[in-house]
Design a protein around this ligand. Sequence first.
Ligand SMILES: Cc1cc2nc3c(=O)[nH]c(=O)nc-3n(C[C@H](O)[C@H](O)[C@H](O)COP(=O)(O)O)c2cc1C
Length: 221
Amino acid sequence: MKAIFVNGSPRKNKNTADMLQSAMRGAQEMGAECEMVHLYDIDFKGCKSCFACKLKNSKCNGVCALKDDLRPVLERCREADVIVLGSPVYYSYPTGELRSFMERLCFPVGTYLYENGKHITLRNKVIPTAMIFTMNCPEDYMKQINYPTLLEENTKVMADIFGYSETLYACNTYQFNDYSRYDFNLFSEEDKRRYRDEHFPTDLQNAYALGQRLVEKAHEA
Ligand SMILES: Cc1cc2nc3c(=O)[nH]c(=O)nc-3n(C[C@H](O)[C@H](O)[C@H](O)COP(=O)(O)O)c2cc1C
């Protein structure tokens, strides 16, 4: 049982990475062999629309044809039983890197073929997946401005391609190590710290349970 965790934040030890690490510990607890990938360490671009993966008798077999530093990661994703993607919210969406990664991950597994009204994909079983989003917005405000609708479009893509996906949010995140060095009056450091101390441990627990749940689902698949 292999699980892969993909960090779409440029920061390797902040909110998104912490959530992914916690999900990874949950998956490890269930016996999965786990790997964390930091996208910002990898030199890659999004889909170049070469359509090599859509050719008749294509040799791609669900892995993007582009030969760059991302390819080994995509090959390992092809072997994975569980895939978890994490991203901070940048201007209401996942980071550009995470979106570029999704293009390269999802498009080769999907096809332009339909059978009995169903989209045919090049996977032989359900791969449980999840999207973890962290954001500065408080929970009530992010609902008010429709973040779930926008962000869960990504989860829908993952569910369509891999057969199962879910979304986990961590809101009102603590952004800076030392707030005294930054200019801001939109929020107070004290409120942010209190919220982090009261809520982030629960967010991490939810991520841990998510990791456990996805491995359980992969065993059932
Ligand atoms: C370029 C940029 C754009 C951002 N846009 C938003 C946004 O639209 N909504 C929001 O809630 N937070 C926004 N944030 C805040 C981050 O989503 C938030 O701090 C996140 O938890 C950071 O994740 P990290 O700690 O893993 O880097 C933005 C941050 C940056 C750097």
